[in-house]
Design a protein around this ligand. Structure first.
Ligand SMILES: [Fe+2]
Length: 180
């Protein structure tokens, strides 16, 4: 997989490469297969472990996408997680991302999907800042032009609350920073 991705990425002049996880242990989040036989907390913990295994073993990307978006899936009544329950794994993920010179995406799609939150949450953004994280890009997963900037004002406010005062935009795989 790594070699195939590397060959593909090297063959095209991408501006920006995002690493996003949409399945785990060969099972789909979207159709619920990943959640079978797991409690909500167990499923979320396994998801974060998979993210950690990924950032530890994979480097052909610039930005890690929508960390914590697992809460969209699984059909649970409360689509929330307790930061403290997964803190150790999440902070290892963030430290690895920072150490390897990568960044994270803050993704506004949760606001459109009725979750009332962006991915990742303020808890993660604060931890990322505290651990020395500097690179944050904006994403919206928009499929329509009207959604492209939806929630950006709210997200900028949240980023400021977490202690950030700039966001990154990538060109030719290099970030340029803009004040917010
Ligand atoms: Fe994604």
């Amino acid at each position: 997989m790594n070699e195939r991705n590397h060959a593909f990425l090297s063959a095209h002049p991408f501006e920006f490469v995002i690493c996003s996880i949409h399945t785990g242990d060969g099972l789909d989040f979207y159709n619920g297969a990943f959640f079978k036989g797991k409690t909500q907390k167990e499923a979320y913990q396994r998801y974060f472990e998979i993210c950690l295994e990924t950032v530890e073993n994979y480097e052909d990307y610039d930005i890690f996408g929508h960390l914590d978006y697992i809460i969209r899936y699984g059909g649970f009544r409360e689509r929330r997680y307790v930061y403290e329950d997964h803190k150790e794994t999440i902070e290892k993920i963030l430290k690895t991302i920072i150490q390897k010179g990568k960044g994270i995406e803050i993704n506004t799609s949760g606001l459109r999907y009725g979750l009332g939150m962006v991915h990742p949450t303020l808890d993660i953004m604060k931890a990322y800042k505290r651990l020395g994280g500097k690179i944050v890009t904006f994403g919206s997963d928009a499929h329509f032009v009207k959604d492209y900037y939806a929630g950006f004002d709210e997200t900028i406010a949240l980023l400021k609350e977490a202690g950030f005062d700039e966001i990154a935009v990538y060109e030719k795989r290099k970030p340029t920073f803009f004040k917010i």
